[in-house]
Design a protein around this ligand. Structure first.
Ligand code: BMA
Length: 362
């Protein structure tokens, strides 16, 4: 459907026919799909315009948001910028990483104005305890949010309403929305051992139905993104259904254990290729775009990670984008993109210059 839809759109334009009505979502689908067709992969970075390694935007109301670790290293902005909405459900002023929601909104609009694409993840708090998304002390949380559950009204009338208000404030720009991620493992309260498959699907569909049907948000592309190290059956075991998903993603990180960087890189790449192989088939079968929704190697101790590990593992797969996680300003070793002055920055710069990797020219 996606493929045929894109081709229909393209041929309508080419033949000079009257253009069909395109929603912002259709336009973003077509953009992503055109990169896939050209064999290109867009590069994304979490929180890129809000802060970086050892700096942050101080007064977002006046800042023109031109600073970026990625730009400092490569001369270009990332094509995609990710933001997290954790805390929006509480009515907080800033998200779980202390980024003001006003800054998030401004950065998203600014990035799209520059020709970029934005994606939102969401790490909501645990409504039982007030703890964070990683509070897995109860396996009743998801159930409590669904119809008949003790927190259902809170979920619908407060949490989703606040989320919808924020998304609605984005002036209709198309965005990739990626809720309830890394859902097969059990480190978030919506994880594999914390709710049944039916409860998870119900949670995802309830979120979709509220935002799409009740709030009529036509600008959202929905990304389903489980964690890695799972089988294809596990990947699909909690899939909400084709109607609710536009992009198949997954999150996969490299961790260097006792075996050292070289062995870790080999294992990371093997697992990445194994997962992308089955996802490629799923994307064809379900006619979806696919992406690597989160990845990275914390602190980048491997001097050849970008060109020697990540790129060879992804280059032969039709993924629309790859996003590396954030460069914290307040945790010196918590970064996943190079920054100005970083020893191994040349490797990321070389990655940004590859023909099939797309950044955003300033
Ligand atoms: C995690 C870490 C945390 C952060 C969270 C949400 O992977 O980066 O420090 O709070 O993502 O952004």
């Amino acid at each position: 459907m996606l493929l045929l839809g894109s081709i229909a759109l393209l041929s309508a334009c080419a033949s000079g026919d009257k253009k069909p009505m395109e929603t912002p979502k259709d336009q973003l689908v077509a953009t992503l799909f055109s990169h896939v067709e050209k064999g290109e992969i867009l590069y994304g970075h979490q929180d890129d315009l809000s802060y970086g390694h050892a700096w942050k935007v101080e007064d977002w109301t006046t800042d023109s948001l031109t600073r970026s670790d990625v730009k400092a290293v490569t001369g270009k902005y990332p094509a995609i910028v990710g933001f997290d909405l954790g805390g929006i459900e509480m009515g907080d002023k800033a998200n779980l990483d202390s980024v003001d929601f006003g800054l998030i909104r401004k950065a998203a609009l600014t990035h799209v104005d520059r020709g970029g694409i934005v994606t939102f993840s969401w790490h909501p708090r645990n409504p039982f305890t007030g703890g964070d998304a990683w509070d897995v002390s109860s396996d009743q949380v998801v159930k409590s949010l669904l119809e008949g559950g003790e927190h259902h009204d809170l979920f619908m009338d407060v949490w989703l309403k606040r989320l919808g208000d924020f998304l609605e404030s984005l002036d209709g720009i198309p965005v990739i929305f990626r809720p309830w991620h890394e859902n097969i493992a059990s480190w978030f309260w919506w994880g594999g051992n914390l709710c049944t498959a039916e409860e998870y699907q119900n949670l995802y569909r309830t979120t979709w139905t509220y935002l799409v049907k009740a709030r009529k948000l036509e600008n959202l592309l929905w990304c389903y993104s489980p964690n890695s190290n799972i089988s294809v059956d596990e990947y699909m075991s909690r899939y909400p259904g084709d109607e609710f998903v536009d992009i198949l993603g997954f999150d996969h990180y490299e961790f260097i254990g006792d075996s050292g960087a070289e062995e870790a890189g080999v294992q990371f790449a093997e697992e990445l290729k194994r997962s992308l192989t089955y996802m490629n088939q799923l994307a064809k079968d379900h006619q979806k775009i696919m992406c690597l929704s989160e990845t990275g190697l914390e602190s980048l101790p491997d001097p050849n990670w970008w060109c020697g590990v990540l790129y060879p593992a992804i280059k032969d797969f039709p993924i629309a984008y790859v996003l590396t996680w954030r460069n914290a300003h307040d945790k010196p070793t918590h970064f996943y993109a190079a920054w100005e002055g970083f020893d191994h920055a040349g490797d990321m710069k070389a990655f940004s210059e590859l023909d099939d990797i797309v950044f955003l020219k300033p």
